[in-house]
Write a protein of this length. Structure first.
Length: 131
C-alpha cells in the first residue's frame, strides 16, 4: 500500500515536472537564466514546498491539506516564480531518492520520513497540520 501511494504521488509530481519542463524549454536563453535565479524568499519557499511534497508522498496529506500547504508555501509569488520554486522542491525530493531502485520503497519511505521530520521541515512547515 505504501509503495502504491509513493508511486502515485511520484507520478503526480512528475506530471507537474513535465509541465514545468515544457514551459522552461519555451523560454529564451536570457529569460531562462533569469527565471532560474532564486532569491532568499524563493529558496525558503522551495524548502517548505519540498517538505510538503515529502509529506504528501508519505500519505500524510489529503488533497485539501496538500493544496492548502502548497498554496501557503508559494503565497505571494507569481506563477512563473512558483514554477521555479516547484522545480527546486522537486530537486530536493529527487536528491533524497537519488540512487535508489524503483523497487526499494522501504528505503525511499525511510528517507522521505527522515526529511519530513527533520529540523528543516519542522521549522519550514509547522502550520496547517492536522492529526
Amino acid at each position: 500500500d505504501a509503495t502504491v501511494r509513493l508511486m502515485f504521488a511520484w507520478a503526480h509530481h512528475m506530471k507537474m515536472f513535465i509541465r514545468l519542463a515544457v514551459f522552461l524549454a519555451a523560454v529564451s536563453a536570457a529569460s531562462f537564466a533569469n527565471a532560474l535565479a532564486l532569491g532568499t524568499a524563493e529558496l525558503s519557499a522551495s524548502k517548505s514546498l519540498g517538505c510538503v511534497l515529502a509529506e504528501d508522498a508519505l500519505g500524510y496529506l489529503d488533497e485539501d491539506q496538500f493544496t492548502r500547504r502548497f498554496d501557503l508555501a508559494v503565497n505571494g509569488f507569481s506563477d512563473d516564480r512558483v514554477d521555479v520554486i516547484y522545480a527546486k522542491a522537486l530537486g530536493y525530493i529527487d536528491g533524497l531518492l537519488y540512487g535508489l531502485s524503483s523497487s526499494d520503497s522501504t528505503e525511499a519511505m525511510s528517507r522521505l520520513q527522515d526529511f519530513s521530520t527533520s529540523q528543516a521541515c519542522s521549522r519550514a512547515v509547522n502550520i496547517g497540520v492536522s492529526l
